[in-house]
Ligand binder design. Structure first.
Ligand SMILES: [Zn+2]
Ligand SMILES: [Zn+2]
Ligand SMILES: [Zn+2]
Length: 161
């Protein structure tokens, strides 16, 4: 038996700087309801959906509607501080991010998201350019799997040798 551990879902201290701060530092004037949406996002960690934000807004009595949430998400996504992530089940979710280029590892056990940088990928792409003669101008990569915590809590199908 594997030693028992508390499985604490969604307890990831996401590690991204507060959205509002990022927006202010970039000199972006975001007013009223959109600011409220940014606040709601800051209060979360890991993946969230538009519906999650609406639920939060309801609980906190923040008077914003569906259309406002979607418009704010679009804007924040355009600014690169929120990213839309495709999930393996065909759905999608959002996550707050630093505007710098990076990738995500998404845990399908607890939903936590870790930002991962390019490391060897940059070399791999240079290699692909050499082989194909193409110039690669962009790429997307998302990684799915189990975070270290979920790996220790879920024995899963460990032995298949
Ligand atoms: Zn990100
Ligand atoms: Zn996990
Ligand atoms: Zn990359």
């Amino acid at each position: 038996m594997v030693s028992e551990r508390r499985s604490s879902p969604h307890s990831d201290p996401a590690g991204h700087p507060p959205l509002i701060e990022t927006l202010d530092r970039a000199g972006l004037r975001i007013t009223g309801p959109r600011r409220a949406v940014a606040d709601l996002i800051d209060a979360r960690s890991g993946l969230f959906s538009a519906q999650d934000l609406l639920d939060d807004a309801g609980r906190k009595r923040v008077p914003i509607g569906r259309a406002t949430v979607f418009r704010a998400l679009d804007l924040l996504e355009e600014l690169g501080v929120v990213e839309r992530i495709e999930l393996p089940d065909g759905g999608h979710a959002y996550v707050a991010c630093e505007p710098a280029h990076h990738h995500h590892a998404v845990c399908d056990g607890c939903g936590r998201v870790r930002e991962v940088d390019d490391h060897a990928l940059t070399d791999a792409i240079a290699e692909i350019e050499r082989h194909t003669g193409w110039t690669v101008s962009g790429h997307r990569l998302e990684l799915y799997g189990r975070c270290p915590e979920c790996r220790t809590t879920a024995p899963a199908e460990a032995s298949r040798s």
